[in-house]
Design a protein. Sequence first.
Length: 237
Amino acid sequence: MKTDDLKALTKQTAVDHIVNTIKATLSAFPYAGGVVASLISDYIPKSREKKTIDFIGKVAEDLEFFKDRVNKDYLKSDEFQYLFQKAWRVAIEHYQAEKIDGFRAILINSAIGKEATGDDRDLYINILNDLTGYHFQLLKVFQNPIEWNKQHGNRVVGASMIISLNQILRQCFPEWNEERIALIIDDLYYKKLSSIPSDRLKVGQTGGGIEKLTHALTPFGQRFIDYVTIEPKRDHS
């Protein structure tokens, strides 16, 4: 992407103004601002420049939408500058839309004051960066199983007599084999995000369906997935 393309960010539309404000604020900090400026202008390969602009643009759109709730002083804080730089740098390394959206959500939720400490937010970025798209997809199911099932055409039909968690998850993700499910489940369990170990997957339970995953997240897992999710945007009018 050419320098002229980057300069387009400075056009004074409502969204672009916020982008420019973020960049201007970063530049006021000798270390963080200088590093970010260098990344934008010198060190980001051409293949990553579009990702960079897309990510910044979407952050700007979100900040514009939630502007009545954004803590403008927090946007100028050392903590936000650090989070912005870290989330941005790891986000452009990924291709999964769900994970990129998760990094963006951490920034927006911190900007609107969603409860978490600075160390929590830093930890959430680290955890999200370490997860694969598979992990993130499963966490999204656990976040609200019944709603997820509705949004995905009621994939899980359940059973009237006996059903296992493995059967439910195979209905959620028919392209996944049992080995993949077990590996992801155990990884989430050992990361303290899920309360389900793989040795419970094939245990038969009385009939039912997707609702059996309602309490799959640990309290920490619930806080994590909530923070890496941007709340639905509704018309302010």
